[in-house]
Design a protein around this ligand. Sequence first.
Ligand code: ADP
Ligand code: MG
Length: 325
Amino acid sequence: MASSKIKIIARLRPTLPHEIDDRSVSVQNSGSGGSIHVYTNDGNKASKEFKFTNAYGADSKQEDIFHNDIEPMLPYLFDGITITIFAYGVTSSGKTHTIQGTAEQPGVIKRVVQALCNMIGSHPGPDISMNMQYMEIYKDEVYDLLVPNRELAPKLDVREFEGKVQVPKLSRMPVHSEPQFHTIYQRASNQRSVGSTKLNSHSSRSHAILSLHIDMPDPVSGKTLTGTVNLVDLAGSENNKHTGNDANRLIESSAINKSLSTLGKVIDSLNRGESRIPYRDSKLTRVLQDALGGSSMGLLICNIAPGAKFRKDTVNTLNFAAKAR
Ligand code: ADP
Ligand code: MG
């Protein structure tokens, strides 16, 4: 395949009410073939330009991203394909807004669940079902978010069985309807935000992976065929050295740095068609090994926060994207 296996797009979030609009980041040709300019904001007009397949400006709508970059992939789920969508960026860049969104501006998750419920409803054949799994990766360990009490939840083993990477004890719940999904998802998401640190909430320090599996009979073999979509809200990509100096923070930070840099290397190796892919170098890439390789589709959304305050992180995010491309 000539084009990237994992498509990389960027989204700049708007300036928030308490922030100053210093115009240090801008998106040109928002939409298809956009580029992001990062201005140094130091008086000289030197700017760096980064090109993306799609780059969305501060005025983009949740619906735009879903419609352009996500909806077209969904029918492939019914061929048993795995789709993985990542939100990457510094804390407060809009990852959770993009992936989860709000009641007024629902994000990728709600739109995908709605589309899948509709597609299953209109698909011929009665034997299609949807299941969900929801895990958190914190300090390079996997935890189940679909448990009654996350704080008591044990670390889960990741195993390779019959050529597939699995988390055998991760629970799986059937999805019957949109409202029923949202009840489970909301309860599980609240568990992710337990505890807080000096700068960031706990949720910024872990990766959350929501998986929706569609099981259907394979028309040829009669066996079960599964299409999966993984929606991944990654840990904040900031340099975490300044979030406090206790031992736990340092372990958190090095786990985040290691997993995000491994993710970049895996995407880069896949897009280059290399034979050795370093999946095993982090739990994040290990659990997503089957989702990233083989016959799968991927989208990496680079979320960008405006303002000179974030300049260093913005350049790091754009460099990550450029390297992974
Ligand atoms: P992250 O998950 O990357 O830490 P959030 O998604 O929590 O960032 O976004 C930080 C803040 O910015 C939140 O208050 C969120 O509502 C707001 N925000 C992010 N993206 C947008 C957007 N596209 N439009 C409006 N508000 C946004
Ligand atoms: Mg977040």
